[in-house]
Design a protein around this ligand. Structure first.
Ligand code: SF4
Length: 363
């Protein structure tokens, strides 16, 4: 698995705490060169089954720049011919020609940062697109890609259940294959954080109703929930993200990107200018057996399929009930976890309170 971070955006959104910035042409070009340098330096004979270019807004780069990046990846690694190649794109940064270019580079999955189809909410968020651009981009994307995902947000200032109902209707009408949902979190360092006390945020009960509306409506529209925040038509689950939740190793290239080789977790320097100058990845953590067991559980439980007790034993040489028996029993009693033969998974209620359950698995 490979993740490539492109930190540039046209404008910084009001809620954004991601590693992203507005970059000029020279900085973008220098960044692409630094990325290629890093990819070449870390080349090995791994077979790659998924590549994910995220950001930021990767589609602020030109097709030629993306071609160079993907070309470097193909040269440095053995990319499987059936690999899933995803790129994130934002409405307002792509047109038909650009999408055709992405397809010609081998991308076969497009993840669109729509967030909402409501003009007022998009403006509040500080997005560069309006509802019309969102619809047109999805319609265009559907011409070139059979696998299109959209991101939707809830819990936004001024958002009502009716806004959300209309967003979900748009998703249905546009016939996309995958939806990721994000509840707004007002994070430090964002414009929203500065205005925190003035934002007309929906109260906790309304947010819970919004969450219920999403988790009930999307399955009724033919999307199967396969993870806490992700819904897909059959066969369109994100292979890349499933890889993270099942503990696969991955390379992360670019500013702030993380890597995991099965034992060691490393990260690149976050600052774009420093990354361009070139620095070694920083070792963040040697993943101990204990930490690996915890991760196996709290990442695997994010998926509706849950975790397999047998896989746990094979991987760690210990039975899951020996290590986490008390945690599993406690959460079963609370109605948050279910055990069915070999599988242990979150109940619907457990999905809503996932963070509480995950925290219990940290011994
Ligand atoms: S487009 Fe995404 S990454 Fe860029 S500023 Fe907005 S939220 Fe942040």
């Amino acid at each position: 698995m490979i993740y490539i971070h492109v930190p540039f955006c046209v404008r910084k959104c009001n809620y954004c705490a991601f590693n992203s910035k507005v970059g000029d042409v020279a900085e973008q070009q220098a960044y692409v060169e630094a990325l290629i340098r890093e990819i070449n330096l870390r080349a090995d004979d791994s077979t790659i089954e998924t590549v994910y270019i995220g950001g930021g807004t990767p589609t602020t780069l030109s097709i030629v720049q993306l071609e160079k990046i993907i070309g470097a990846v193909r040269k440095a690694f053995s990319v499987d011919e059936r690999a899933e190649l995803t790129i994130e794109a934002n409405p307002g940064t792509v047109d038909g020609n650009y999408l055709r270019g992405l397809k010609s580079l081998g991308f076969n999955r497009l993840s669109l940062g729509v967030q909402s189809f409501d003009d007022g909410l998009l403006k509040t968020l500080g997005r560069i697109h309006d509802s019309r651009a969102a619809i047109e981009t999805v319609e265009h994307a559907k011409i070139f890609f059979v696998n299109v995902s959209v991101d939707l947000m809830y819990g936004l200032p001024g958002q009502t259940l009716n806004h959300l109902r209309r967003d979900l209707e748009h998703v249905k009408a546009l016939d996309v294959e995958h939806v990721s949902i994000y509840g707004l979190e007002v994070e430090e360092g964002t414009k929203f954080f500065e205005l925190k006390n003035q934002l007309p945020l929906p109260d906790e009960d309304t947010c819970a109703d919004m969450y219920d509306l999403i988790t009930e409506t999307l399955p009724a529209f033919g999307f199967r929930r396969y993870e806490v925040s992700n819904f897909a038509k059959e066969g369109f689950e994100s292979r890349h993200n499933v890889g993270y939740w099942t503990g696969k190793s991955y390379f992360g290239f670019g500013a702030g990107a993380h890597s995991f080789d099965g034992a060691l977790r490393t990260s690149n320097v976050r600052d774009v200018a420093t990354y361009i100058k070139g620095t070694e990845p920083i070792v963040e953590e040697v993943v101990t057996r204990q930490a690996a067991m915890e991760e196996f559980c709290f990442l695997g439980l994010r998926m509706t399929a849950g975790i397999s007790a047998q896989t746990f034993s094979k991987k760690f040489g210990a039975s899951i009930s020996e290590v986490f028996g008390a945690v599993i029993a406690k959460n079963r009693l609370r109605g948050l976890l279910e055990v069915d033969g070999d599988r242990i998974y979150l109940t619907t209620c457990g999905m809503a309170l996932g963070n509480e359950v995950f925290a219990d698995f940290l011994l």
